[in-house]
Design a protein around this ligand. Sequence first.
Ligand SMILES: [Zn+2]
Length: 87
Amino acid sequence: MIRFLIFLFLAYLLYRLLKGLLTPGKQVGGGPEGGVIDEMVQDPYCKTYVPRREAVKRTIDRETYYFCSEECASKFESEKKTQRGES
Ligand SMILES: [Zn+2]
């Protein structure tokens, strides 16, 4: 009997998971203009959080970083280069 209940529980979980996958973001509350809350990203240089949409994106050493400004981006980039050492 307990086994059956566990099976039912797992089946329910699976059902919820599949339903969530098939209908992505349907329950996400947002404005009619698709006002999804912007993801916040941290500027690794000055540690400020900025909305990803407004952040300055830089790819350094195959890693993507987000900055609050071009200034932070170039400073961080040159710092990275000095850390690596000139070869
Ligand atoms: Zn910054």
